[in-house]
Design a protein around this ligand. Sequence first.
Ligand code: ADP
Ligand code: MG
Length: 158
Amino acid sequence: LTHYNQYIADENAMIAFGQQLVQAINKLDNNKPVVIYLNGDLGAGKTTLSRGMIQGLGHQGNVKSPTYTLVEEYHLQNKHIYHFDLYRLSDPEELEFMGIRDYFGTDTICLIEWAEKGIGLLAEPDLIVNIRYADNARDIDLIAQNAQGEQIITLLAA
Ligand code: ADP
Ligand code: MG
């Protein structure tokens, strides 16, 4: 499958969807990096979805938005999750100074909000997630960008 659409009634449903998505990723039978670009307006729910994914891997504490730090990291169940928010990135060179390439290693999941700010410096995504407002609810589209993205969607839909 290359596409997946889901109606998300409220914040709790977004968290639950994040948990399902990360469980699908956990079923992949390799340790290649998984790169996901999260698109949507401010307040669409990109960080909320990330929180569901991070907590879905067993993280107990809170999940801060990386708005000011650019990246927050979590090391769980032999996975490294790097959660980026590039909204405030003023110069893409900052990503070079951070050693951005080192973030896309084995056993990693990179969740990237505002990836367009880092264009040309980030790894290509396996999956693009588009979140749209539908009043208080949200509508999510997942679009696979390669074979690994298709595997994730197939596992999610199973
Ligand atoms: P973003 O990271 O895209 O800017 P956040 O996840 O930080 O967005 O914020 C989403 C806000 O919208 C939160 O305050 C959340 O409680 C609220 N919200 C309301 N309905 C939903 C929904 N269906 N899914 C996700 N968030 C929702
Ligand atoms: Mg956010």
